[in-house]
Design a protein around this ligand. Structure first.
Ligand code: 5AD
Ligand code: SF4
Length: 469
C-alpha cells in the first residue's frame, strides 16, 4: 500500500516537473532510454552535490535506468564531484582509471563526469582521460537523460557545460524515497565572488526558485511522509522570489503554510543576515530550528577584506550578538579558512580568539587551497603547506576544548529528537533542534516521530541519552 502511495505521489511530482520544464524545452521525460541498464553515481562534495546525485538517479530512473549499488553492476557510471577544495580533478582521474578493467570486460560501459568538476574542466577531461564518454555541467542535470541517450545511440563523446543564464530556475525536488528529513533547493549559484571561492564559476549566477514552487514542493514532500526540510542554497539570505519575497518571507511561509514539522536551512552569509530573518526565526521557533551556520572564514579584518567578504571582525561579532539577543537558545556553527594568502601568525590568532569569543558548537575548518579562476590564487603571498597544516591542527585542538565545555550544558537536559533511523540492536538515531546527533535505545515505531530524550552523556560530536516516556 505504502509503495503505491509513493509511486503515485512521485507521478504527481513528475507531471508537475514536466509542466514546469516544457516551456524551457529542456528534455522529454519518461522515455525508455535506459532499457533497464544499471546506473551508478559516485558522489563527493557538499549537500548540494548529494542532492544533485539524487536528482540524477530520479531522472535516470524515469528514463528506465536501474540504480545499482556498485560500479561492477552498472552499464552507466557517473562521477559527480565537487571542486571547492583539495585536488578533485586528480581524484576523478584516478577513479575513472579504476574502471578500466570494467570497460575491458564490458566495452558497452559508458562513463561520465558531472558536477562542479565537469563544469570546471569541460573537454579537458575527455582529452586527458579517453575512458570518459561524456561531461556535463551543474546546469545540465535536467538534460542528462537526453545526453546519455546520445552517448548510447550515437556512440560519440558528448560535452554539455553551458549555463542556462536565461532559463528560470524551475527545479522541483526529485527524491525517490524521501526519508524523515529531506533537502529542498531554493536557490543556486552565487554572485558574491569571495576571492578564494570557485563556486561563482562552477555554479554560475545566483538564481532563486519562485516561492510558490518551493511551497508546493514542501507540501508534496509532507504528503509523502517528510517531517523536516532543509532549505538549501549557496547563500540563502540572497533568496528573492519573482513576486518580491525575500528569504525571511519564504521561511515564514514554509513554517505556516506547508504542514512541515521542522525547518533548517544552509548556508547564510553574515553580510546579508538581517533583523527581519532573526525575528522570523524567533517567532516560529516551534518549527524553525534555533541553529544557524554562519561562516566567518577569518577573524582578521584585513584578511576579510582581501577575501572580499563584505564585513569586518567587529561587524560579525555585532551581528552574532544581535542574533543571540533575538533568537532564544541560538546554536551556532561556522566555516573557517586557515592559511589564506598573507595570513600572519597575528592574523591567525584573531581567528583563534574569535572562535573562543563566539563559542561555536561546531566548526568546519579548512586549509586554504588555491582554486582555478579565483583572484586569491594569483596573490603572491601564499602560505607554506606546512604552516597551514600546523595552524589547522592548532585550531582544531583549540575548538575541541571549547566544544567540550559548551556541550556540558546538555547534561540532563531533555531535547526533542526527530528519529531518523534505528539499527538492529535498537540504537535509535535522530537530531535535536540544535542540530545535534542524538543516540538512544528505542523501537522502530519511533521513526519519523519527535520524542523527548534526556541527555546522559554529551560529547562534542554526539549526545547519548535515554527516551523519556
Ligand atoms: N580553500 C579552502 N577552503 C575553501 N572554502 C571555499 N573555498 C575554499 C578554498 N579555496 C571553504 C569555505 C566555505 C566552505 C564551503 O569551503 O570555508 O565556506
Ligand atoms: Fe563562495 Fe563566497 Fe559565494 Fe559562499 S558566498 S559560495 S564562499 S563566493
Amino acid at each position: 500500500m505504502e509503495s503505491v502511495n509513493l509511486q503515485s505521489s512521485l507521478q504527481t511530482d513528475v507531471q508537475t516537473q514536466a509542466e514546469m520544464t516544457q516551456s524551457s524545452g529542456r528534455h522529454d521525460r519518461n522515455q525508455d532510454i535506459g532499457l533497464g541498464r544499471g546506473v551508478y553515481v559516485s558522489t563527493y562534495g557538499c549537500q548540494m552535490n548529494v542532492n544533485d546525485t539524487e536528482r540524477m538517479y530520479s531522472l535516470l530512473e524515469m528514463a528506465n535506468f536501474t540504480p545499482v549499488k556498485t560500479p561492477e553492476e552498472a552499464e552507466l557510471i557517473i562521477i559527480n564531484a565537487c571542486s571547492i577544495r583539495e585536488k578533485p580533478v586528480h581524484k576523478v582521474y584516478s577513479e575513472v582509471g579504476r574502471y578500466r578493467k570494467l570497460r575491458e570486460k564490458n566495452p558497452g560501459l559508458k562513463i561520465g563526469v558531472g558536477g562542479c568538476v565537469g563544469q570546471q574542466e569541460k573537454e579537458n577531461l575527455i582529452k586527458n582521460q579517453p575512458l570518459i564518454d561524456f561531461v556535463f555541467g551543474t546546469d545540465n542535470i535536467d538534460s542528462l537523460p537526453n545526453l546519455v541517450s546520445q552517448v548510447f545511440t550515437d556512440k560519440a563523446k558528448v560535452i554539455q557545460t553551458k549555463f542556462e543564464h536565461r532559463a528560470p530556475y524551475h527545479v522541483e525536488t526529485l527524491v525517490r524515497n524521501p526519508g524523515v528529513s529531506t533537502f529542498v533547493n531554493i536557490a543556486k549559484g552565487c554572485d558574491n565572488f569571495c576571492t578564494f571561492c570557485i563556486v561563482p564559476y562552477t555554479r554560475g549566477r545566483e538564481k532563486s526558485r519562485p516561492m510558490s514552487h518551493v511551497l508546493m514542493d514542501v507540501r508534496n514532500l509532507v504528503n509523502r511522509g517528510v517531517k523536516e526540510v532543509s532549505l538549501l542554497g549557496q547563500n540563502v539570505n540572497s533568496y528573492h522570489s519573482e513576486d518580491g519575497a525575500d528569504f525571511a518571507d519564504l521561511l515564514k511561509k514554509v513554517a505556516t503554510d506547508t504542514g512541515v514539522e521542522r525547518i533548517r536551512y544552509t548556508t547564510s552569509h553574515p553580510k546579508d543576515f538581517n533583523e527581519k530573518l532573526m525575528h522570523v526565526m524567533a517567532d516560529h521557533q516551534d518549527k524553525i530550528c534555533e541553529y544557524v551556520h554562519l561562516p566567518f572564514q577569518s577573524g582578521n579584518t584585513e584578511i576579510l577584506k582581501r577575501m572580499n567578504r563584505g564585513y569586518s571582525r567587529e561587524e560579525y561579532i555585532a551581528k552574532i550578538n544581535q542574533m543571540k539577543k533575538i533568537i532564544p537558545n541560538l546554536v551556532l556553527s561556522t566555516d573557517i579558512i586557515v592559511g589564506f594568502p598573507g595570513e600572519t601568525e597575528e592574523a591567525f590568532q584573531d581567528t583563534m580568539s574569535l572562535v573562543e569569543e563566539i563559542g561555536f558548537e561546531t566548526i568546519y575548518a579548512f586549509m586554504y587551497s588555491p582554486r582555478p579562476f579565483t583572484k586569491a590564487a594569483q596573490f603572491t603571498d601564499q602560505i607554506e603547506e606546512k604552516v597551514k597544516n600546523e595552524r589547522l591542527n592548532r585550531l582544531f585542538d583549540h575548538q575541541d576544548k571549547i566544544a567540550f565545555e559548551i556541550v556540558k550544558r546538555y547534561q540532563d537536559q531533555t531535547l526533542n529528537v526527530l528519529v531518523e533511523s534505528i539499527n538492529e540492536q535498537g540504537k535509535a538515531q535522530g537530531r535535536s533542534t540544535q542540530n545535534k546527533l542524538v543516540y538512544f535505545m528505542g523501537t522502530a515505531d519511533l521513526i519519523g516521530k519527535t520524542v523527548p530524550v534526556r541527555i546522559t552523556q554529551p560529547f562534542p560530536s554526539v549526545l547519548r541519552g535515554e527516551l523519556q516516556q
